[in-house]
Design a binder for this molecule. Structure first.
Ligand SMILES: [Zn+2]
Ligand SMILES: [Zn+2]
Length: 131
């Protein structure tokens, strides 16, 4: 399966060849700050399966082990990349078809804001190491 996506302005475009992904909501404070939203949604894929087809994101090192990728032209947050793992997470709003990556769980639930109502039975996990 080939997923395509990109930032708001189109300067950065990517393709991911995926057989499966691990999709999450993340409610942690760092994702809230970085995405500008109460919750972020992302799809985890192997680093080797993702490549840029136009432009390159810039990366901001948000903690000792995590870099967050964004478009330097329009500022769209796009990726979450641990430096010591072989996976990268794609912020699923940047997919051309976000329907491809329905979340399977909630992470960082200790920071879930009270006014955000998501009624589901998905698994819930607390943040262990922020990034
Ligand atoms: Zn852009
Ligand atoms: Zn997070």
């Amino acid at each position: 399966m080939s997923w395509k996506g990109g930032c708001l302005c189109g300067a950065v475009r990517y393709e991911a060849r995926v057989s499966a992904s691990d999709n999450w909501y993340c409610h942690c404070r760092m994702c809230q700050k970085s995405s500008g939203s109460a919750v972020s949604t992302s799809a985890i894929v192997p680093k080797a399966r993702l490549h840029m087809i136009r432009g390159e994101p810039k990366f901001y090192q948000s903690s000792q082990f995590v870099e967050r990728g964004f478009c330097a032209d329009c500022g769209s947050p796009m990726f979450f990349r641990p430096t010591n793992e072989d996976w990268i997470s794609i912020l699923s709003g940047t997919l051309d078809d976000p329907e491809l990556a329905p979340p399977e769980g909630h992470y960082g639930v200790e920071s879930w804001v009270s006014w955000l109502r998501i009624e589901d039975d998905l698994k819930k996990e607390r943040t262990e190491a922020g990034g």
